[in-house]
Design a protein around this ligand. Structure first.
Ligand code: GAL
Length: 377
């Protein structure tokens, strides 16, 4: 199974933590369709930790908790599929999951078989409670092999938070995406922190196995399992823009049954999503810009399929800035005979044509996201 662009979907953890059940999953599947999220490209609905009984059955298989999922997981998967969505589940490489439910250590093949029988399309695989003397490097390979032999295409989402320098070996395992950061919580410091963690790993991102910056907190408003403080709408827009431009999978973490208009506009901005899903999936890179007070500032750039260029400016500071980007930094400039025609992806405005340099204003905690066409100067 080859995955060409970052997976998009929803995951239960950020808002619901252990408080998951069949009704929530069915309502969320309905909401993915009714709100337009599915048609915008969000296709995976993933149940995170805390879905099983505390014990395996006599055959050694995992059992969905009948109090939470009375119809059983196969029925839940069938419902999700009936909505034109794909179904994701969660396990872990240790003896217990992070929330201390039974987990797949030494049961990799039997669990992969169970997931395949239920109709699972996506497995998030965590890294808690690993027995001593077993490396993640070995255990992720075991599950990768089990999934590849289970008779069903199951996207393998490795979640070991970038531990054990996993950027050096994660592609050995068959993972299609891998958590390259620690856990997100719903506040601005966390977004800043995960962005910084990601910067040294950008070169390891690539088609087929994507750097996963963790699930989105857009729209959580400080509520739910990881809702520690919340963010402003502006901060959510910046968070979403970074995850999109850096090429992370985008797994929504808010309660999509009750999204505000602003949340919908962020999550379903088609042009920003198109950059995330760009078929060429080239690496993002940073270039220097100049500011009035000569503070070192970066613009983030990505060359797109067909020759367009995406540019993002993200202000992590507490004052407005006016960075000025020289076109030579992105491979153009006067001698090229070319200029860029710039479209602002959050306001929808056409900002005109720039040949030598482009100066933009970025408010504190805000961002500017642009898609540029290369035109004759
Ligand atoms: C963490 C993981 C989270 C969530 C949680 C469940 O290790 O990073 O995304 O899955 O476990 O217990």
């Amino acid at each position: 199974m080859i995955v060409k662009t970052p997976p998009l979907g929803w995951n239960s953890w950020n808002t619901f933590g252990p408080n998951i059940n069949e009704q929530l999953i069915r309502e969320t599947a309905d909401a993915m369709v009714e709100t337009g999220l599915r048609d915008a490209g969000y296709e995976y609905l993933v149940i995170d930790d805390c879905w099983s009984l505390r014990e395996r059955n006599e055959k050694g298989e995992l059992v969905a908790d009948p109090a939470k999922f009375p119809s059983g997981m196969k029925a839940v998967a069938d419902y999700v599929h009936s909505k034109g969505l794909k179904f994701g589940m969660y396990s872990c490489d240790g003896t217990m999951t992070c929330a201390r439910y039974p987990s797949s250590f030494d049961h990799e093949f039997i669990d992969a078989k169970t997931f395949a029988e239920w109709g699972v399309d996506f497995l998030k695989y965590d890294n808690c409670n690993r027995p001593l003397n077993y490396s993640g490097r070995l255990l992720y390979k075991r599950m990768g092999l089990a999934l590849a032999n289970c008779g069903r295409d199951i996207l393998f989402s490795a979640c070991n938070w970038g531990a054990e320098e996993s950027q050096n070996w994660i592609k050995e395992t068959g993972a299609h995406m891998w958590r390259s950061t620690g856990d997100i919580v719903d506040n601005w410091d966390s977004i800043k922190n995960l962005t910084e963690q990601q910067m040294r790993l950008l070169a390891t991102n690539g088609q087929g196995c994507f750097n996963d910056m963790d699930m989105l907190v857009v729209g959580m408003g400080g509520k739910g399992n990881v809702g520690f403080g919340g963010c402003t709408v502006e901060e959510y827009r910046t968070h979403f823009s970074i995850w999109a431009l850096f090429g992370s999978p985008l797994m929504i973490g808010c309660d999509i049954r009750n999204m505000s208009q602003e949340t919908k506009e962020i999550l379903m901005n088609k042009e920003v999503l198109a950059i995330n899903q760009d078929p060429a999936y080239r690496q993002v890179f940073a270039v220097p810009t100049i500011t009035e007070d000569l503070i070192a500032w970066k613009a983030w750039v990505r060359y797109l399929e067909g020759g367009d260029i995406a540019i993002g400016f993200f202000n992590f500071g507490e004052n407005p800035v006016n960075p000025c980007l020289a076109m030579t930094e992105i491979g153009l400039g006067r001698v090229s005979g070319k200029a860029i025609q710039v479209r602002d992806l959050w306001t929808g405005e056409d900002l005109g044509v720039y040949r030598d340099h482009m100066e933009v204003r970025v408010e504190p905690h805000a961002c500017r996201m642009m898609r540029c066409k290369v035109v004759d100067a």
